[in-house]
Write a protein that binds this ligand. Sequence first.
Ligand code: SF4
Length: 339
Amino acid sequence: MQIEGYSIDLEKVAQTIKKKGYKTVAIQIPEGLKRYVLKIVEFLEYETHATMIVSADPCFGACDIVNNKLKNLDVEFVIHVGHTPIPEIENYCIPTTFVNALSTKDITKAVEKSLSFLEGKRIGIVTTAQHLHSLDVAENILQKNNFKPILTTGDARISTKGQILGCDFSAGMNIIDKVDCFLFIGSGTFHPVGLLLSSKKPVIAADPYTNSVKKQEIDELKDIILRQRYGAIANSKNASKFGILVGLKRGQQRMDLAYRVRKTFDAFNKKSLIIALDNFSPISLQGFSNIDCFVSIACPRIAIDDYLQYKIPIITSIELEIVLGKRKWEDYRFDQILG
Ligand code: SF4
């Protein structure tokens, strides 16, 4: 099915629903695609005669699959639109199918424009779920212009070659020693700045929606983030009571790490408690008014991207090591959830 710039393979999903005889199906869809969900529901209800229930909770990534509460509504099957599966967590509670929303934008112009920004000849190509099907276009353009495109698979949380998530840059890190720079295909700075912070290699972003290329903006954002992280670490040094934030979203759960962090606090004679939450926000945490610092073990982007929203410092477990003197600032690493 084609919907305003996206190709979403709903026909295959409709076949599955009919074959399995599902009567009640939930749809999970990210905020940016919610305006199309009425069309999706109309199509699927017409094709399958099943009842579609749309989950209105925010859906930030493939990590964020629905929990058992939907079973209270007799949901038998979940359609997760707009992300590719994190293989480790697929079908964790209710049978779930991931249906990618592939962008129909031609990436040619943006990639051609990026050529003059590339540094060196060995170029690592990465992208997000929306443009995975266009990576061969980028490879061909680079080859024709005497560059050497390099793509590889990521870890167990990554389903497709060349794909990165905001918390998992393994498809880039696995080729870090083989590339001179990275070419990111997609919009926004969220993914490219994460890749830059993780890899410390130049990242050039080619945006097929605007046919623009970003390099300086990503570099500047990285500097801003690092300054903020330095400040957050400095502000955490005198903290004595810590909240260890654990995500309830299946793909964000790192309980082993949470327990290790807890033990570290015990060893340093610092008070700590583990706090579990589905959607993190300053309002949901405001009751913990005697906590001096939060350590986020959930989505690493909460500490990095939402930092200014919180009244007290919120840091990652890697940053905590710097706070406690176990790691030097010079060895700063971007926190990733790796599989
Ligand atoms: S953990 Fe965060 S960055 Fe990773 S997929 Fe989920 S929402 Fe995206």
